[in-house]
Each structure stands twice: as C-alpha cells, then as structure tokens.
Design a protein around this ligand. Structure first.
Ligand SMILES: [Zn+2]
Length: 202
C-alpha cells in the first residue's frame, strides 16, 4: 500500500522529476536531503530566484549571460571572427571550450529541428544565425550539433539555407558516437573531431 505524502512534498517530487536524469528515486533522495538541511533549502531558494532574475541569453550568440551587453565570449576581443560554430545548447559551448580547440564565435540554436516533438524552424534561433552569417566577416560555419537523426536533419537544413553563401560550411569529423550529445564526449575526441572537420556537401 502506498502512503500518501503531504501535498507540498508530492509537488516537489513531481517538479524534480521534470529535470533531465531525475527519476522517482532520485527525486525522493534530493527532497530528503533538502528537508534535512534548512540552510541548503534557503540557499537554493535564493539561488533559483537570482538565476530567474539575472540569467538571459546573449542577443548575438544565445549563450548565457547576465546584465546588459553581449556575453563573455562575444565580447572577448581575443577571439577570431573567422569561424562561427553552431551548437544545439549552451552546455555544448562549455564542452567545446573545455577542449580548447576553438577560438572563434558560437551560435546557440536552442535545440534541433524535431517535428515529432513540435520543434520547428520558428522555435530555434535561425533568423539570428542567417543575419550573423550574412552580415559578419565569417569565412566558415562549423556545425557541431551532435549525431542524432534530428541533428543531421538540422545540419543539412542549415547547409541548404547557406548554399549560396560565399564561405565554407563544415561539420565535426567522425569520432563522436552516434546519437550522443557533445557534453558527453571527452575533450580530446572533441578537439580531434574539430581539427579534422569535413565540408558538408548537400
Ligand atoms: Zn554571445
């Protein structure tokens, strides 16, 4: 027989389970840990509020930033403008930065095309991407969207849209396991995959 939980605790468990990788057992463990540490609970409330108030996406690249102006990467004068690396999520920027193999600019799409889940062109940052590519001084667009079927579709969609652009469209070389996200790929593999990138022909 299942013991009914207090409603507020039940709600907490439900909310926690909406997070990636958190199932019923993990949710219960997290809730128990929070309830045992009132200081931690207060700190979490403060931190979550701060994140909600402060964090926004950079108007140029879509990476996380705070306050006015561009993000730390876009406003770094030491980064070369020659290449623009298109990634799915902000966490992919961190994965590529960790590999130390890229010093250009990024463009965070916010996902990949996935019609079955209702994600279409209008839900992603494509308009900003076309604008940046056509008005910037970039010579190359590097697609680093992962290897899922949806990522493949998105890569070819971008390559088709940029077919008449003067620059090169390339993608990460093989080495990234099929179906995996960049954040799970080790920095060495990522850096090799970036160094040996291939032109994407449509
Ligand atoms: Zn930026």
């Amino acid at each position: 027989m299942q013991v009914p939980l207090p409603p507020s605790l039940q709600t907490l468990l439900e909310v926690l389970q909406r997070l990636p990788g958190i199932g019923p057992r993990s949710a219960l463990r997290i809730a128990q840990a929070i309830l045992k540490k009132p200081d931690l609970l207060h700190r979490m409330i403060e931190v979550l509020y701060d994140v909600q108030q402060q964090i926004r996406t950079c108007s140029s690249c879509g990476f996380w930033t705070e306050g006015e102006g561009l993000c730390a990467i876009c406003s770094d004068p030491n980064r070369t403008e020659a290449a623009l690396c298109v990634v799915k999520d902000a966490s992919d920027v961190l994965a590529i930065e960790k590999s130390q193999a890229f010093r250009g600019h990024y463009h965070v799409l916010g996902g990949v095309l996935d019609p079955l889940s209702g994600v279409g062109e209008k839900d992603l940052r494509f308009t900003q991407l076309w604008e940046r590519v056509r008005t910037g001084a970039y010579e190359e667009v590097i697609l680093a969207l992962g290897t899922s079927p949806e990522a493949e579709t998105t890569a070819y969609y971008i390559a088709r849209q940029l077919a008449d652009w003067h620059g090169r469209v390339t993608r990460f070389a093989s080495g990234i396991p099929v179906g995996s996200d960049l954040e799970y790929v080790d920095p060495l593999t990522l850096s090799r995959s970036l160094r040996e990138r291939q032109p994407l022909s449509i």
